[in-house]
Design a protein around this ligand. Sequence first.
Ligand code: ADP
Ligand code: MG
Length: 487
Amino acid sequence: MSTPSPTEITAYELVSGLEIHVQLNTKSKIFSGDSASFGASPNAHISTVSLALPGALPKLNKEVIEKAVRIGLALNCEINQHNFFDRKNYFYADLPKGYQITQDNSPICKNGFVIVTLANGQERRIGINRIHLEEDAGKSMHDQDAHYSFVDLNRAGVPLIEIVTEPDIRSAEEASVLLNEIRKLVRFLDVSDGNMEEGSLRCDANISIRPAGSSDYGTRCEVKNLNSMKHVRRAIEFEFDRQIGIIEKGSEIIQSTLNFDAEKGTTSPMRTKEEANDYRYFPDPDLPPIYIDDHWLAQIRSAMPKLPNVIAQELMADFAISAAEASLLAEDPTLLHYLGSAKTMIDRPKSLINWLIGPIRALLSDKAIGIDQFFVAPFKMAEIINLVDKKKISQNNALQTLIPALENEPERDVLELANQLDLLIVADQQAFEEQINAVLQKYEPQVQAYKAGKKGVLGLFVGEVMKLVQGKADAKKISDQIIEKLK
Ligand code: ADP
Ligand code: MG
């Protein structure tokens, strides 16, 4: 396809691919027993391996392989069973070995894809080129002292995977939705905490533009170290406009590595020295190849949980709920577990879903607790919902009085407690004759309006009666009774 000259171009298309770095949440580092946890005082987690003392030998933490394979399977990748590690040579103060151990041409996973759903409901398929294993470097700090730079090697040797997508991303929204999807998956699979603020998840965005409709690729620029969804979006939007500006001027894009300035929202070139890549990769002679045999692979595969998108499909079929409701539930394993326990006791499954994504979620977020800390056991919650559905207690009384009372006495029998609190709806509706009459008397003008055809005031009458009887009536029946009376 021939590229039109800039003056003929009416619209440009964004092309982007992400390189996503994910810190794995193993207890110890990838090649030593040093703790991999975040937040310790500087240089607390450094044995001879992290310090790269002469003679110190790396030894692979096998859990790293399993976590990488888990995410690879979730991203529909082929798993490479013959793995070895390479040395990527460069000098920096936070890299005492003088090389980073990584995988150059033998990534552990390749040729996958992920389907993401955009805000408008459109589905997009983003190819995964590869996932490789590597170790993180230490951290240099240049802002702690006027005369010296400091180095903290706690992070040196923390396991990382790098997920490299195909250049299939066509908008800033797609990039952030994809990153969000990856974050959800690594958390769901217990591969990483996915915490962007602490740097457990960060990404480089490769960005180019081309005339809309073209199938050629333009020259790309790479924006390094984006550490929030918002930065990814803003960096891509800025770069898209910047590159269009250059092309419209009749100039050419020069392939380069860029920094993103979050305050200004702009990108700027890194010093060229920082991007001079001459890594002289070669296989690391200290580490034997690692073969993932069929048995091991099968074991990892069979230990995979059902993925959120599969669970969401099942929930939609089981409970006749929307895709949005289903994915809300499917992403939260504790909520799913609660749902599973309550489900066996519930009369109307749809009610359970409504309660879980409505009032119960609101209540939990109010108390800032997870559902695993909720004081109402799943089977008790099912009982409460059944009582509401059977019109034995109003939803309002269940939420405002019964559930709060259970917080103090979580072991109490639900029906007994509701009875003691005098919350049970009185079966004999004639019992409320008096209250209905009182309300109709009080609202005489509205009664006239109703009789003249303004049926909307019925809600007012019902609401007032329900208040008088403290919610212990079936609102539907009260409404019927009033209609009957006003005929
Ligand atoms: P390299 O090995 O030189 O870093 P890769 O082929 O591994 O290059 O690509 C790195 C990243 O850049 C990938 O995420 C890929 O999707 C993306 N990419 C490649 N070509 C383009 C392009 N023309 N425009 C935008 N992104 C691109
Ligand atoms: Mg690359």
